[in-house]
Write a protein that binds this ligand. Structure first.
Ligand code: PEP
Ligand code: MN
Length: 338
Protein backbone atom coordinates (compact mmCIF):
# COMPACT_ATOMS: atom_id res chain seq x y z
CA UNK A 1 0.00 0.00 0.00
CA UNK A 2 1.12 3.49 -0.86
CA UNK A 3 -0.42 6.51 0.80
CA UNK A 4 -0.20 9.62 -1.37
CA UNK A 5 -0.29 12.84 0.62
CA UNK A 6 -1.82 16.04 -0.72
CA UNK A 7 0.59 18.56 -2.20
CA UNK A 8 0.01 20.95 0.69
CA UNK A 9 0.12 18.31 3.45
CA UNK A 10 1.99 19.60 6.50
CA UNK A 11 4.88 17.76 8.21
CA UNK A 12 2.56 17.17 11.21
CA UNK A 13 -0.06 15.53 8.98
CA UNK A 14 2.64 13.31 7.42
CA UNK A 15 3.85 12.33 10.89
CA UNK A 16 0.36 11.48 12.09
CA UNK A 17 -0.17 9.17 9.09
CA UNK A 18 3.19 7.47 9.89
CA UNK A 19 2.03 7.08 13.49
CA UNK A 20 -1.25 5.48 12.38
CA UNK A 21 0.75 3.02 10.25
CA UNK A 22 2.81 2.11 13.33
CA UNK A 23 -0.29 1.89 15.54
CA UNK A 24 -1.76 -0.84 13.37
CA UNK A 25 1.54 -2.77 13.51
CA UNK A 26 3.14 -1.88 10.16
CA UNK A 27 6.21 0.11 9.09
CA UNK A 28 5.91 3.53 7.40
CA UNK A 29 8.49 4.73 4.85
CA UNK A 30 8.37 8.42 4.02
CA UNK A 31 9.17 9.00 0.35
CA UNK A 32 9.54 12.72 -0.35
CA UNK A 33 8.87 13.61 -3.99
CA UNK A 34 9.18 16.73 -6.14
CA UNK A 35 5.44 17.39 -5.91
CA UNK A 36 4.20 15.50 -2.87
CA UNK A 37 5.23 13.06 -0.20
CA UNK A 38 4.20 9.43 -0.37
CA UNK A 39 4.26 6.97 2.50
CA UNK A 40 5.02 3.34 1.72
CA UNK A 41 3.59 0.75 4.08
CA UNK A 42 5.48 -2.49 4.66
CA UNK A 43 5.28 -5.27 7.22
CA UNK A 44 1.83 -6.38 6.14
CA UNK A 45 1.31 -9.96 4.96
CA UNK A 46 -1.85 -9.30 2.98
CA UNK A 47 -3.65 -6.23 1.67
CA UNK A 48 -3.99 -3.25 4.01
CA UNK A 49 -7.37 -1.59 4.20
CA UNK A 50 -7.43 2.02 2.99
CA UNK A 51 -10.02 2.73 5.70
CA UNK A 52 -7.25 3.16 8.28
CA UNK A 53 -5.90 6.24 6.49
CA UNK A 54 -8.55 7.66 4.18
CA UNK A 55 -9.96 10.10 6.69
CA UNK A 56 -6.70 11.42 8.10
CA UNK A 57 -5.88 15.04 7.32
CA UNK A 58 -3.55 15.57 4.35
CA UNK A 59 -4.19 12.17 2.75
CA UNK A 60 -5.03 12.34 -0.93
CA UNK A 61 -5.22 8.70 -2.00
CA UNK A 62 -4.38 5.15 -0.93
CA UNK A 63 -3.00 3.03 -3.76
CA UNK A 64 -2.49 -0.72 -3.49
CA UNK A 65 0.96 -1.78 -4.80
CA UNK A 66 0.58 -4.73 -7.10
CA UNK A 67 4.19 -5.93 -7.22
CA UNK A 68 6.01 -8.20 -4.74
CA UNK A 69 8.57 -5.43 -4.31
CA UNK A 70 7.36 -2.02 -3.28
CA UNK A 71 9.94 0.47 -2.06
CA UNK A 72 12.32 -0.19 -4.96
CA UNK A 73 9.67 0.29 -7.63
CA UNK A 74 9.06 3.38 -9.75
CA UNK A 75 5.37 2.85 -9.14
CA UNK A 76 6.02 3.98 -5.57
CA UNK A 77 8.67 6.62 -6.31
CA UNK A 78 8.64 8.04 -9.85
CA UNK A 79 11.71 10.25 -9.33
CA UNK A 80 15.11 8.60 -9.75
CA UNK A 81 17.05 8.13 -6.54
CA UNK A 82 20.39 9.87 -6.26
CA UNK A 83 22.81 8.27 -3.80
CA UNK A 84 25.17 10.76 -2.19
CA UNK A 85 28.54 9.24 -1.34
CA UNK A 86 30.54 11.79 0.64
CA UNK A 87 29.47 14.58 -1.69
CA UNK A 88 29.66 12.60 -4.94
CA UNK A 89 26.32 11.71 -6.45
CA UNK A 90 25.44 8.43 -8.16
CA UNK A 91 22.35 8.47 -10.35
CA UNK A 92 22.11 12.21 -11.02
CA UNK A 93 22.54 11.86 -14.79
CA UNK A 94 26.34 12.00 -14.77
CA UNK A 95 28.44 8.86 -15.25
CA UNK A 96 30.07 7.36 -12.16
CA UNK A 97 33.21 5.36 -12.87
CA UNK A 98 34.28 2.80 -10.26
CA UNK A 99 37.68 1.24 -10.84
CA UNK A 100 40.31 -0.76 -9.03
CA UNK A 101 41.64 -4.26 -8.64
CA UNK A 102 39.50 -7.29 -7.95
CA UNK A 103 41.40 -7.88 -4.69
CA UNK A 104 43.55 -5.68 -2.50
CA UNK A 105 46.91 -7.48 -2.68
CA UNK A 106 49.63 -5.16 -1.42
CA UNK A 107 50.29 -1.54 -0.49
CA UNK A 108 52.20 -0.94 -3.71
CA UNK A 109 49.45 -2.49 -5.84
CA UNK A 110 46.59 -0.46 -4.34
CA UNK A 111 48.47 2.83 -4.19
CA UNK A 112 49.66 2.58 -7.81
CA UNK A 113 46.18 1.63 -8.96
CA UNK A 114 44.50 4.33 -6.89
CA UNK A 115 46.82 6.95 -8.36
CA UNK A 116 45.77 5.90 -11.87
CA UNK A 117 42.09 5.80 -10.93
CA UNK A 118 42.22 9.27 -9.37
CA UNK A 119 44.16 10.62 -12.38
CA UNK A 120 41.42 9.31 -14.71
CA UNK A 121 38.91 11.60 -12.98
CA UNK A 122 36.98 8.69 -11.42
CA UNK A 123 35.76 9.23 -7.88
CA UNK A 124 35.31 5.63 -6.77
CA UNK A 125 37.92 3.01 -5.96
CA UNK A 126 36.98 -0.66 -5.72
CA UNK A 127 38.96 -3.54 -4.22
CA UNK A 128 38.00 -6.58 -2.18
CA UNK A 129 39.57 -7.22 1.22
CA UNK A 130 37.25 -10.11 2.13
CA UNK A 131 36.91 -12.22 -1.01
CA UNK A 132 34.19 -14.84 -1.49
CA UNK A 133 36.08 -17.38 -3.63
CA UNK A 134 34.65 -20.44 -5.32
CA UNK A 135 37.51 -22.63 -4.04
CA UNK A 136 38.77 -22.49 -0.45
CA UNK A 137 42.33 -22.87 -1.79
CA UNK A 138 42.21 -19.61 -3.76
CA UNK A 139 43.35 -16.24 -2.34
CA UNK A 140 40.77 -15.18 0.23
CA UNK A 141 41.83 -11.53 0.51
CA UNK A 142 44.03 -9.63 2.94
CA UNK A 143 41.01 -9.14 5.24
CA UNK A 144 41.67 -6.56 8.04
CA UNK A 145 45.03 -5.63 6.52
CA UNK A 146 43.22 -5.04 3.19
CA UNK A 147 40.82 -2.65 4.91
CA UNK A 148 43.77 -0.77 6.40
CA UNK A 149 45.22 -0.32 2.91
CA UNK A 150 41.86 0.91 1.63
CA UNK A 151 41.82 3.44 4.50
CA UNK A 152 45.16 4.67 3.26
CA UNK A 153 43.77 5.07 -0.27
CA UNK A 154 40.88 7.04 1.21
CA UNK A 155 43.25 9.34 3.09
CA UNK A 156 45.62 9.84 0.17
CA UNK A 157 43.28 10.43 -2.79
CA UNK A 158 39.94 12.04 -3.55
CA UNK A 159 38.39 8.59 -3.90
CA UNK A 160 35.44 6.87 -2.27
CA UNK A 161 35.88 3.22 -1.35
CA UNK A 162 33.62 0.40 -2.55
CA UNK A 163 34.48 -2.92 -0.94
CA UNK A 164 32.62 -6.16 -0.37
CA UNK A 165 31.10 -7.45 2.85
CA UNK A 166 31.20 -11.23 2.65
CA UNK A 167 29.22 -12.08 5.79
CA UNK A 168 27.33 -10.60 8.71
CA UNK A 169 30.26 -11.13 11.11
CA UNK A 170 32.63 -8.83 9.24
CA UNK A 171 30.03 -6.37 7.90
CA UNK A 172 30.54 -3.85 10.75
CA UNK A 173 34.29 -3.82 10.14
CA UNK A 174 33.85 -3.45 6.37
CA UNK A 175 31.17 -0.77 6.78
CA UNK A 176 33.51 1.29 8.95
CA UNK A 177 36.02 1.54 6.10
CA UNK A 178 33.71 1.45 3.07
CA UNK A 179 31.94 4.47 1.64
CA UNK A 180 29.74 1.98 -0.21
CA UNK A 181 29.34 -1.62 0.98
CA UNK A 182 29.26 -4.13 -1.85
CA UNK A 183 27.12 -7.24 -1.58
CA UNK A 184 28.37 -9.64 -4.22
CA UNK A 185 26.57 -11.93 -6.63
CA UNK A 186 27.15 -14.97 -4.41
CA UNK A 187 25.44 -13.23 -1.51
CA UNK A 188 22.54 -11.57 -3.30
CA UNK A 189 20.08 -13.79 -1.50
CA UNK A 190 21.93 -14.00 1.81
CA UNK A 191 18.96 -12.60 3.65
CA UNK A 192 20.74 -12.17 6.98
CA UNK A 193 23.42 -10.09 5.26
CA UNK A 194 20.78 -8.06 3.40
CA UNK A 195 19.00 -7.36 6.67
CA UNK A 196 22.22 -6.35 8.39
CA UNK A 197 23.06 -4.08 5.43
CA UNK A 198 19.61 -2.55 5.77
CA UNK A 199 20.18 -1.78 9.45
CA UNK A 200 23.45 0.06 8.93
CA UNK A 201 23.65 3.39 7.12
CA UNK A 202 26.39 3.14 4.49
CA UNK A 203 25.07 2.96 0.89
CA UNK A 204 24.92 -0.55 -0.56
CA UNK A 205 25.98 -1.74 -4.02
CA UNK A 206 23.95 -4.87 -4.62
CA UNK A 207 25.15 -7.14 -7.41
CA UNK A 208 22.80 -9.40 -9.32
CA UNK A 209 23.13 -13.08 -8.41
CA UNK A 210 24.50 -15.23 -11.17
CA UNK A 211 21.17 -16.95 -11.73
CA UNK A 212 18.86 -14.30 -10.32
CA UNK A 213 16.00 -12.76 -12.24
CA UNK A 214 15.61 -8.99 -12.23
CA UNK A 215 12.60 -9.37 -9.94
CA UNK A 216 14.68 -11.41 -7.49
CA UNK A 217 17.31 -8.66 -7.49
CA UNK A 218 14.57 -6.12 -6.78
CA UNK A 219 13.29 -8.20 -3.88
CA UNK A 220 16.80 -8.54 -2.47
CA UNK A 221 17.12 -4.74 -2.62
CA UNK A 222 13.69 -4.50 -0.99
CA UNK A 223 15.12 -6.22 2.11
CA UNK A 224 17.66 -3.41 2.48
CA UNK A 225 15.18 -0.59 1.84
CA UNK A 226 12.49 -2.09 4.05
CA UNK A 227 14.88 -1.82 7.00
CA UNK A 228 15.37 1.87 6.39
CA UNK A 229 18.49 2.04 4.21
CA UNK A 230 17.25 3.68 1.01
CA UNK A 231 20.70 4.18 -0.53
CA UNK A 232 20.99 1.12 -2.71
CA UNK A 233 22.67 0.89 -6.11
CA UNK A 234 21.76 -2.09 -8.30
CA UNK A 235 24.49 -3.75 -10.36
CA UNK A 236 24.29 -5.94 -13.45
CA UNK A 237 27.37 -8.21 -13.54
CA UNK A 238 26.32 -10.95 -15.92
CA UNK A 239 24.35 -14.12 -15.41
CA UNK A 240 25.16 -17.75 -16.02
CA UNK A 241 23.76 -19.19 -19.23
CA UNK A 242 24.67 -22.10 -21.52
CA UNK A 243 27.30 -19.91 -23.20
CA UNK A 244 30.89 -20.88 -22.41
CA UNK A 245 32.99 -18.49 -24.54
CA UNK A 246 32.34 -15.68 -22.07
CA UNK A 247 32.64 -15.94 -18.26
CA UNK A 248 29.01 -14.85 -17.88
CA UNK A 249 26.35 -13.49 -20.21
CA UNK A 250 26.36 -9.74 -19.68
CA UNK A 251 22.71 -8.76 -19.69
CA UNK A 252 22.40 -5.17 -20.84
CA UNK A 253 18.66 -5.55 -21.24
CA UNK A 254 18.61 -5.84 -17.45
CA UNK A 255 20.10 -2.33 -17.15
CA UNK A 256 17.28 -0.94 -19.28
CA UNK A 257 14.61 -2.91 -17.39
CA UNK A 258 15.98 -1.93 -13.98
CA UNK A 259 16.03 1.75 -14.93
CA UNK A 260 12.44 1.47 -16.11
CA UNK A 261 10.98 -0.46 -13.19
CA UNK A 262 13.04 0.90 -10.31
CA UNK A 263 14.07 4.38 -9.23
CA UNK A 264 17.40 3.11 -7.85
CA UNK A 265 20.67 3.93 -9.67
CA UNK A 266 21.98 1.12 -11.88
CA UNK A 267 25.62 0.24 -12.32
CA UNK A 268 27.07 -2.10 -14.96
CA UNK A 269 30.08 -4.33 -14.38
CA UNK A 270 31.36 -5.53 -17.76
CA UNK A 271 34.54 -6.95 -16.16
CA UNK A 272 32.69 -9.78 -14.43
CA UNK A 273 29.98 -9.68 -17.11
CA UNK A 274 32.25 -10.91 -19.89
CA UNK A 275 35.41 -11.91 -18.02
CA UNK A 276 37.84 -11.24 -20.89
CA UNK A 277 40.26 -8.29 -20.97
CA UNK A 278 39.77 -7.22 -24.60
CA UNK A 279 35.97 -7.47 -24.41
CA UNK A 280 35.59 -5.18 -21.39
CA UNK A 281 36.00 -1.92 -23.37
CA UNK A 282 33.25 -2.50 -25.95
CA UNK A 283 30.83 -3.69 -23.24
CA UNK A 284 31.67 -0.75 -20.97
CA UNK A 285 30.86 1.59 -23.87
CA UNK A 286 27.64 -0.33 -24.49
CA UNK A 287 26.74 0.07 -20.80
CA UNK A 288 27.03 3.83 -21.10
CA UNK A 289 25.03 3.76 -24.33
CA UNK A 290 22.09 1.99 -22.68
CA UNK A 291 22.01 4.48 -19.82
CA UNK A 292 23.83 2.88 -16.90
CA UNK A 293 24.43 5.40 -14.11
CA UNK A 294 27.84 3.92 -13.46
CA UNK A 295 30.39 1.49 -14.79
CA UNK A 296 32.64 -0.73 -12.67
CA UNK A 297 35.98 -1.72 -14.18
CA UNK A 298 38.68 -4.01 -12.77
CA UNK A 299 42.19 -2.72 -13.34
CA UNK A 300 45.59 -3.90 -12.08
CA UNK A 301 49.20 -2.74 -12.54
CA UNK A 302 50.14 -6.23 -13.70
CA UNK A 303 47.06 -8.31 -14.63
CA UNK A 304 49.16 -11.41 -15.38
CA UNK A 305 50.24 -11.50 -11.72
CA UNK A 306 46.84 -10.64 -10.19
CA UNK A 307 45.71 -12.92 -7.36
CA UNK A 308 42.13 -12.86 -8.66
CA UNK A 309 40.40 -12.00 -11.94
CA UNK A 310 43.59 -11.13 -13.84
CA UNK A 311 42.12 -12.37 -17.13
CA UNK A 312 39.47 -9.64 -17.08
CA UNK A 313 41.56 -6.85 -15.53
CA UNK A 314 42.73 -3.96 -17.69
CA UNK A 315 46.25 -2.63 -17.37
CA UNK A 316 46.37 0.87 -15.87
CA UNK A 317 47.08 2.26 -19.36
CA UNK A 318 44.15 0.42 -20.94
CA UNK A 319 41.95 1.63 -18.10
CA UNK A 320 43.02 5.28 -18.51
CA UNK A 321 42.17 5.18 -22.21
CA UNK A 322 38.79 3.54 -21.58
CA UNK A 323 37.84 5.97 -18.79
CA UNK A 324 38.53 8.87 -21.15
CA UNK A 325 36.33 7.35 -23.85
CA UNK A 326 33.52 6.63 -21.41
CA UNK A 327 33.54 10.19 -20.10
CA UNK A 328 33.47 11.57 -23.64
CA UNK A 329 30.52 9.33 -24.48
CA UNK A 330 28.67 10.34 -21.33
CA UNK A 331 29.26 14.06 -22.05
CA UNK A 332 27.98 13.62 -25.61
CA UNK A 333 24.86 11.85 -24.32
CA UNK A 334 24.24 14.52 -21.70
CA UNK A 335 24.53 17.17 -24.45
CA UNK A 336 21.90 15.39 -26.54
CA UNK A 337 19.53 15.24 -23.59
CA UNK A 338 20.02 18.99 -23.25
C1 PEP B 1 33.93 -8.59 -7.41
O1 PEP B 1 33.37 -7.49 -7.56
O2 PEP B 1 35.17 -8.74 -7.40
C2 PEP B 1 33.09 -9.79 -7.33
C3 PEP B 1 33.46 -10.85 -6.61
O3 PEP B 1 31.97 -9.66 -8.04
P1 PEP B 1 30.68 -10.63 -8.20
O4 PEP B 1 30.09 -10.73 -6.84
O5 PEP B 1 29.82 -9.89 -9.18
O6 PEP B 1 31.18 -11.94 -8.73
MN1 MN C 1 36.58 -9.68 -9.36
Amino acid sequence: MLILMKQDATPEQIQSVCQRVRDIGFVPHEIPGAIRTAIGVTGNQGPVSAEHFQDLLGVSECVPVSKPYKLVSREVKPESTVVDVRGVRIGDGTLSIVAGPCSVESREQVMRTAEAVAASGAKFFRGGAFKPRTSPYLFQGLKEEGLRLLEEVKRSFDLRIITEAKDTETLPLVAECADVVQIGARNMQNFSLLEAAGRQRKPVLLKRGMSATIQELFMAAEYVLSLGNYNVILCERGIRTYETMTRNTFDLSAVVMMKRHSHLPVMADPSHGVGINWAVGPLARASVAVGADGVMIETHPNPAMALSDGQQSLTLEQYAELAKELREMAAWQAGRRG
